[in-house]
Design a protein around this ligand. Structure first.
Ligand code: ATR
Length: 289
């Protein structure tokens, strides 16, 4: 029988998840249906009940519903994975007969992609995360003390920064407002002896979605070996151009992470581990058309 899955979010038209999941299913000759469904904030519970009544086997949850999915999982006493529990956000649900599983594959997806792009030794890496919204919650639990020692999180406004710092209390994390950060790292750089201030910079804001610029010091990108914009599109984002023009050594978008987190969801649902590289190339090609 054909297994049915879906991705729920708002907006959802742009989602590449159905194409990615179908490419995975083809690798294993699985009979697989995957659709995208627009679900507005506050109505996730009803939508999930509808999926269950229609015999769906699971779903992905995307912006802006990941926290709502977590709250529903708690309310309904579904099994919550450690990584979803730590993130207080859910992006994957698996509806099996006896129990439902709520998981979050964003963090592991990001790390698998960072490894692909050469990030190996992390213990001494200085990491800068820009943003303090939903996307950051998904990835922050992966920055644990056994892997990292130095993680700064900067954000434009105080509100989200405060909220985040309450959920993720750790002496590993430094929370700082973007204006204060600018004062700490102004645009002046030692051009003669440049040395990277950060080993990894992650843009986890929604600025690339809206096409807005981020007012952040240019100097932080100089010689930075790896910079990631979690957003993806057919062309490099304004943030990616800015980072490269400011002296970043390698700048990547979020497509690799997207495919990796999707592969982890696929594994949860089917117990098969798909090959990711060919799917990234296929989607990149389809995006360029
Ligand atoms: P998401 O779920 O995609 O993370 P979100 O929860 O609405 O979306 O969070 C958006 C994040 O991007 C926030 O950290 C936001 O900063 P504020 O907390 O100050 O609103 C950040 N953001 C959006 N546009 C930005 C911009 N132009 N410059 C800097 N930060 C921006």
């Amino acid at each position: 029988m054909k297994k049915k899955f879906a991705v729920l979010g708002d907006p959802i038209d742009h989602s590449w998840s159905p194409i990615i999941q179908k490419l995975f299913a083809e690798q294993f000759n699985l009979s697989f249906e995957y659709e995208k469904i627009k679900v507005v904030k506050g109505s996730l519970g009803n939508s999930i009940n509808e999926l269950i009544s229609k015999s769906f086997s699971g779903c992905n949850i995307t912006v802006p519903l990941k926290q709502e999915a977590y709250e529903l999982s708690i309310e309904n006493k579904w099994t919550i994975s450690k990584r979803a529990f730590n993130a207080k956000a859910v992006n994957t649900l698996c509806f099996s007969k006896d129990n439902f599983l709520a998981d979050n594959t964003d963090g592991v997806g990001l790390f698998r992609d960072l490894n692909r792009h050469g990030l190996s030794k992390t213990k001494d890496a200085k990491v800068l995360i820009i943003g303090a919204g939903g996307a950051v919650r998904g990835i922050l639990p992966m920055f644990s003390k056994d892997k990292f020692l130095n993680v700064s999180i900067v954000n434009r406004s105080d509100r989200n920064l405060q909220l985040l710092s309450k959920v993720f209390k750790s002496d590993l994390f430094e929370y700082i407002k973007i204006d204060n950060f600018y004062a700490k790292y102004p645009n002046s750089v030692d051009i003669e002896f440049p040395c990277p201030m950060f080993d990894l910079i992650i843009n986890a804001t929604s600025a690339s979605v809206s096409g807005d610029e981020i007012k952040i010091s240019k100097s932080i990108f100089l010689e930075c070996p790896l910079i990631v914009d979690l957003f993806y599109s057919s062309a490099p984002t304004a943030f990616m151009d800015f980072a490269l023009n400011s002296g970043g050594l390698k700048v990547i978008d979020g497509l690799g992470m997207l495919v990796e987190q999707a592969a982890e969801s696929f594994h949860i649902w089917t117990e098969n581990r798909p090959s990711v590289d060919e799917v990234i190339s296929n989607v990149r090609f389809l995006m360029s058309k």
